[in-house]
Write a protein that binds this ligand. Structure first.
Ligand code: DX5
Ligand code: ZN
Length: 217
């Protein structure tokens, strides 16, 4: 089995000492640092925005994987590129002109990723899959860490893997929400390439070891 890339979500980190948690990720086997931006409109919660991302970027030694749970994400693409995002994820549900938005992300030097809510079928990406660097499948309803994994996600991962193989694209499959050793292993078996994990990593005794264990799941 191919080892998954791990993207710890700093939503569950200690914001009183964020530097310590970023340094932990820096020395860990994590591939990315997952940053959840919430606007209180698209999702029923507000998290953080540019100032935090800029500060994380200053000390991060891994690429920032920025997940935008905001309406009108196309208005903020340059700003997130300047703040230090390497990968930028927009929600399908927030983008009436998804093709234009994806191109805009790439023109700003970032990898382009599209996220699907649990109720949004994989097939809506059929006509854009070859333009994407990554698809993020939500395995919980976005807005909060620590929620229960939605089991239907395994089926969506398999459907998405099929679509990617058919399109001969290099697109990665990332899954976000409720990831632990059990769900993570099944996701990788289904075809997931990147596992986001927040509370499971930062709520553990030894987060660095948890990241290593997830990678070697
Ligand atoms: C949820 C966020 C997730 C969240 C995952 O809206 O997009 O990235 O941090 O948290 P866990 O891993 O605790 O489910
Ligand atoms: Zn996320």
């Amino acid at each position: 089995m191919i080892k998954p890339k791990i993207a710890p979500s700093i939503l569950a980190a200690n914001f009183n000492n964020l530097e310590k948690d970023i340094q932990m990720i820096n020395v860990s086997e994590a591939e990315f640092i997952h940053c959840d931006v919430m606007d209180g409109v698209f999702v029923p919660n507000i998290s953080f925005g540019m100032p935090i991302i800029q500060h994380v970027k200053k000390i991060a030694e891994k690429p920032l994987d920025v997940h935008l749970m905001i309406v009108n994400p196309e208005n903020f693409i340059e700003a997130f590129a300047e703040a230090g995002a390497s990968w930028l994820t927009v929600h399908y549900e927030t983008c009436p002109h998804l093709h234009r938005t994806v191109n805009h992300i790439r023109e700003n030097g970032m990898k382009a990723s599209v996220c699907l809510n649990p109720h949004t079928p994989v097939r809506v990406l059929e006509d854009i899959i070859s333009e994407l660097d990554m698809v993020l499948l939500m395995s919980v309803n976005p807005g909060f860490g620590g929620q229960d994994f939605i089991h239907h996600t395994y089926k969506k991962v398999r459907q998405l893997k099929k679509l990617i193989l058919e399109s001969k694209s290099q697109c990665l499959i990332e899954v976000d929400g409720g990831v632990n050793y059990v769900t993570g292993k099944k996701l990788v078996e289904a075809g997931a390439d990147v596992l986001v994990a927040g509370s499971f990593v930062f709520g553990s005794e030894n987060p660095e070891e948890t990241i290593r264990n997830l990678r070697n799941i």
